[in-house]
Design a protein. Structure first.
Length: 268
């Protein structure tokens, strides 16, 4: 069994997902994208039933966007990672019937400006929690607001502070495989309570199932957790009103056991 040198991306945020993106879809093969999209579509129908076009900030490998396009929405996705963007463009090529309703753009959600306005903006799978500084959060909210039509909605999910501080992040191991490779991911979180963030240190091992060769790499994903009054403050400063707050997918009331919270804001 041979190993390649470890590549540590912890010091350069621009490189996060560079290696990880290659194995992202396999690691989340157990993620129920269809159920998540049905949940998001339900929120859109509830809070903006006339919505027809959507901007997704942080569209990843394009699976959420492609499934929403199948529901008849026109989708524009924005993704910073070249590797993930390449996978989303490849997905678009494979689902040709949806091409007229599905587009992907390279860009940073804090800076990008498309010459287009939308009925809804979504940012899923904790993309907002990747905005770790106040400047980052303000810029992401500004992007969402500037791309929305009056009365448009902004739907996103975040790590919820009370749950993070009550339950505390734990070391986790995940192993997934397909016919070619087996991926094992060790996640070791470090909590920084005075900064409202968690450094999730990933150590990933990729084994070729045919040759048994193993490649490994490390990446650190820094996540910010938020509190409800904090989100209301960002909403007020950015020209939004908070329309709804609930547990992601279950729609339950949030409390100290709710790790993932979904917000729906409306542009004023």
């Amino acid at each position: 069994m041979t190993k390649k040198p470890i590549k540590n991306n912890a010091q350069d945020k621009s490189e996060v997902f560079t290696d990880y993106a290659r194995y992202y879809d396999l690691l989340y093969l157990d993620k129920d994208y269809k159920e998540e999209v049905e949940y998001v579509a339900g929120l859109i129908r509830k809070f903006h039933p006339a919505a027809q076009n959507i901007l997704e900030l942080g569209s990843g490998t394009g699976i959420h966007a492609s499934l929403l396009s199948e529901k008849g929405y026109s989708i524009d996705g924005v993704e910073r990672s070249p590797e993930m963007l390449a996978r989303s463009l490849s997905l678009k090529e494979r689902i040709k019937p949806a091409q007229g309703q599905l587009n992907f753009h390279p860009g940073d959600i804090r800076e990008i400006r498309l010459d287009k306005s939308f009925d809804a903006v979504i940012s899923l799978f904790h993309v907002i929690s990747y905005q770790t500084t106040n400047k980052d959060v303000a810029a992401a909210f500004k992007t969402a607001r500037q791309h929305l039509k009056p009365g448009g909605i902004f739907i996103f999910d975040i790590w919820y502070g009370p749950a993070v501080l009550t339950q505390r992040p734990e070391v986790r191991i995940k192993r997934m495989s397909d016919e070619k490779i087996e991926v094992t991911r060790l996640a070791e979180p470090v909590l920084h309570p005075n900064e409202n963030r968690v450094d999730v240190n990933y150590h990933v091992f990729v084994r070729d199932r045919k040759t048994d060769a193993v490649k490994e790499f490390k990446e650190t994903h820094t996540m910010r957790y938020f509190f409800k009054p904090e989100i209301k403050m960002w909403a007020d400063l950015s020209g939004f009103a908070v329309k709804n707050t609930e547990e992601w997918q279950t729609a339950k009331l949030i409390d100290a056991n709710t790790w993932s919270v979904c917000f729906c804001l409306q542009a004023r």
